[in-house]
Design a protein around this ligand. Structure first.
Ligand code: UGA
Length: 434
C-alpha cells in the first residue's frame, strides 16, 4: 500500500520504517530540511535499538523515502499518518496547533480519497476537530481515523512489529477495511485489531498510560510503606504479581516514572477531566506522589552524610529516564542531581547514551565521565538512577577500590540486599531492608 507519514519524530519514524518493512511504499514528510537530508543519507536521527537496520534496508529497497514537501506526501499516500508533536501547554493540556495546522493544509491540498490517521496522543474529540478542519476546504471525500500507538522507547521496533493489539477508532467502513489490510501482517499471531468509535480510541491511549503510571505509583507507595514496617517490596511484588488479575509487569518500584509520555499524558487527562468538571482524584495523587518519589533517595543520602553534603563528590550512574534510550525528559536523575547540586556536592556522572542530552541541560555544572568506573574515582558515594544492563553485575572489588566509602544508593533496586551486605557495602535501595 502507499503510505505517507507526516512528522518524523519518534513515533513517525518508527511507524514509517516498520510499515515499509512489510512491503508498503512509505514517504515520510518533515519540515526540518537538515533532518530530511540526514535521513536521506541513511542517518537515523534518534537512538532506538534495531531501527537503524530496518531503516537502511528499506531505504535501499526504495520503500522508504523522505521529503520536506507536504504536497508530495499527500499525493503519494492513500493512508496519511499524522505523527505530529502534541506538547504540553502551560496548563498541562495537549497543544494541538501542529495537528490542526497540518490538517488545514491537508484540506486545501488533497485531490482524491484519503484516510487521515491520527497517531499522535491527542485529547478525546480531536478526530472530530481534525475532520471539521479538513472538511472546511476539502474538495474530495476523506475519512479521519484514530489509531493510537503503544510503543515503548527502547522496544519500539519490536512493539510495532508484534503489537499486543491494534486500536482503530473509525466510523467509516471503507477506512476501517483499509486500516485492517495495512495491519493484518502484524497480527498474524492472532492478536486482535479492536475497532471502536474515534473518541473511545483516543481515550484508550490516555487510559492505558494513566493506568500504567498509577500501577507504578501504587507500587512506589507500597515500597515506601515497606520501609516503614520492615517488609520487602521484592517479596510483595512477587507475591501479588503472580495473581494474573494483577500481572507481573510494571510493578517495579523505584524513583518514579519519567519520559515523554506518562508525565505528559497523566497531566493531560487530569486537565481534560477538569474541562468537563470531572476531578480525576486518582490522577491528582499519582502526579503528586510521583513528583515526591523522584527525590526519595535524598533524605537517605542526607542521613548517611549527617546532613553535611557540602563539598562531597557523588557518582551518578544512569541519566536517561529509563534504559535503552538517550531520552532525559522528566528523568528522575535531573531532580536528584539538581537537589544534590544545591546542597553543594560535586557530581561525576555516567550514562551509556544520554550524556550529550544531559550536557545540553547541565553544561559544566557536572563532571562527565568516560566510563561507569571513571565516575567512581574519588567519589564519596554512588547513586544509581537508571537500570542499564551494564550496571547490573559490576566488579564489586573495583567499586570498593574506587569509592571513598563503600556506599551505594540504588533508585532501581538492581542488587541483592544480602549480597551487597556480604560484599561490605552500605546499600540503600527502595522498599527493602536498609
Ligand atoms: C510508555 C508506554 O509504556 C507505551 O505503551 C506508550 O506507547 C508510550 O509510553 C507512549 O505513550 O508513547 P515509555 O514512556 O517509552 O512508554 O516507557 P515505559 O517503559 O513505559 O516506562 C515509563 C516510565 O515508567 C519509566 O520512567 C520507567 O522507569 C518507569 N517504570 C516502568 C517504573 O518505574 N516501574 C516499572 O515497573 C515500569
Amino acid at each position: 500500500m502507499k503510505i505517507s507519514v507526516i512528522g518524523t519524530g519518534y513515533v513517525g519514524l518508527v511507524t514509517g520504517t516498520c510499515l515499509a518493512e512489510t512491503g508498503n511504499e512509505v514517504v515520510c514528510v518533515d519540515i526540518d530540511k537538515a533532518k530530511v537530508e540526514k535521513m536521506r543519507n541513511g542517518v537515523v536521527p534518534i537512538y532506538e535499538p534495531h531501527l537503524d537496520v530496518l531503516f537502511e534496508r528499506n531505504i535501499k529497497a526504495n520503500r522508504l523515502r523522505f521529503t520536506t514537501s507536504l504536497e508530495e506526501g499527500l499525493e503519494h499516500g492513500e493512508i496519511i499518518f499524522l505523527a505530529l508533536p502534541t506538547p504540553e501547554d502551560e496548563d498541562g493540556s495537549a497543544d494541538l496547533s501542529y495537528v490542526l495546522n497540518v490538517s488545514e493544509e491537508i484540506g486545501i491540498k488533497i485531490k482524491n480519497y484519503k484516510v487521515i490517521v491520527d497517531k499522535s496522543t491527542v485529547p478525546v474529540g480531536t478526530s472530530e476537530k481534525v475532520h471539521s478542519v479538513i472538511a472546511k476546504n476539502a474538495s474530495c471525500d476523506f475519512d479521519v481515523v484514530s489509531n493510537p500507538e503503544f510503543l515503548r522507547e527502547g522496544f519500539a521496533v519490536d512493539d510495532f512489529l508484534k503489537p499486543e493489539r491494534i486500536i482503530i477508532g473509525s466510523s467509516s467502513e471503507k477506512a476501517t477495511e483499509l486500516m485492517k489490510r495495512l495491519y493484518s501482517p502484524f497480527v498474524r499471531s492472532g492478536n486482535p485489531i479492536i475497532v471502536m468509535d474515534e473518541k473511545s480510541a483516543e481515550l484508550t491511549k490516555y487510559a492505558a498510560n494513566a493506568f500504567l503510571a498509577t500501577k507504578i505509583t501504587f507500587m512506589n507507595e507500597i515500597a515506601n510503606y515497606c520501609e516503614k514496617v520492615g517488609a520487602d517490596v521484592d517479596m510483595v511484588r512477587a507475591g501479588i504479581g503472580t495473581d494474573s488479575r494483577i500481572g507481573k509487569r510494571f510493578l517495579f518500584p523505584g524513583i518514579g516514572y519519567g519520559g515523554s509520555c506518562f508525565p505528559k499524558d497523566v497531566k493531560a487527562l487530569q486537565k481534560a477531566g477538569k474541562n468537563v468538571n470531572y476531578d480525576f482524584k486518582i490522577l491528582n495523587s499519582v502526579i503528586e506522589i510521583n513528583s515526591a518519589q523522584k527525590t526519595v533517595l535524598l533524605p537517605k543520602i542526607d542521613n548517611y552524610f549527617k546532613n553535611d553534603l557540602k563539598g562531597k563528590t557523588i557518582a551518578i550512574w544512569g541519566l536517561a529516564f529509563k534504559p535503552e534510550t538517550d531520552d532525559i525528559r522528566e528523568a528522575p536523575s535531573i531532580d536528584i542531581m539538581e537537589a544534590l547540586l544545591q546542597k553543594g556536592t560535586k557530581l561525576q556522572v555516567f550514562d551509556p547514551e544520554a550524556m550529550p542530552n544531559i550536557k545540553k541541560r547541565f553544561g559544566d555544572k557536572l563532571n562527565y565521565s568516560q566510563s561507569m568506573y571513571a565516575a567512581l574515582e574519588g567519589a564519596d558515594a554512588l547513586v544509581i538512577c537508571t537500570e542499564w544492563s551494564i550496571f547490573r553485575t559490576p566488579d564489586y572489588g573495583k567499586l570498593k577500590e574506587l569509592l571513598k566509602n563503600p556506599v551505594v544508593f540504588d533508585g532501581r533496586n538492581l542488587y541483592n540486599v544480602n549480597d551487597m551486605e556480604t560484599e561490605g557495602f552500605t546499600y540503600v535501595s527502595v522498599g527493602r531492608k536498609p
